[in-house]
Design a protein around this ligand. Sequence first.
Ligand SMILES: [Zn+2]
Length: 323
Amino acid sequence: MKKKIIIAVTAVLVIAAVIAAAVTLNAKPFAKDKADTEELYRQNVASVGYENAIDTAMPQTELYNTIKYHFEAPLEEGKTEKKAIVLGYDGCRADILAEIDEANSGIKALTKDGAKLLLSYCGGVNYPEKNTQDTSTAPGWCSILTGVWADVHGITGNDITKTMDTKTLLTSLVEDKVADSSTFITRWKGHFDRKNATYLEEKAYCEKNNLPVSFNRCENDAASHAYTLEEIKKADCADFIFVIYEPTDGTGHDNGFSFNNPEYKAAFKTQDAYALEAINAIKARPTYENEDWLIIITADHGGIGTGHGKESIQERMTFAVVL
Ligand SMILES: [Zn+2]
């Protein structure tokens, strides 16, 4: 009698456990970052078709030089004006480019036109040596905009205001008179719209000196994108446009920076479609044929789990598409 009861109870428990496991599996198709190994990351990065390798990735500070040289170089024959745009994908990992939606991709549109597709890194000098800089938003974008790491620009983390000892390209290109105007478009308040924001002092400096440098914070990514399109469609649009889209960063923090997270992939595709619209708007400018455009898509840092800031390859590697 006792044995029968034990067998029956055990059977019920086993069935309950199987049901519970099935329900759990169903509820969580994305197993957080469990399978997000460095090995998988390297495999996916290898399938993207980058021109360089992880160990020869370009420091993100190099983009500063690319933009500066573009404006300083003499105009080609037939061209009357230099223009540049940076379409920033906040928190976008380099492996996710293996998932491009070819029909609706800014990155694909640029590579079709002959853009360089490069691995880049954030987090301070000499990858894969130990990084010297947080793989965070403010340090990353500031390194791209100033061409130096945090040991020089001073932005070792978010919520630190940069001094004017180091100026961003937004200001220096205008002051050097190689660009007529510049604009910074983003939704995150931490750039220039709250206490201790990174560019508070630079914004005040530009206002005080009546420089044609505008800092525009939008309510959300759709608004940032609409603002960007509006700017591009102006006959006399800013010569240097710096826009940051944040779907990948927001989704990564909410439920995972991972190649295995379908929502993270969807966020990437949303902003890559934004970029395509921006690129198409540039090409549709009536004066496009006479303009010399530099178009860059890049990221400030990657991510792992639901965060970033440290030195895993997933956080530290980024990418740059340069046309
Ligand atoms: Zn970021």
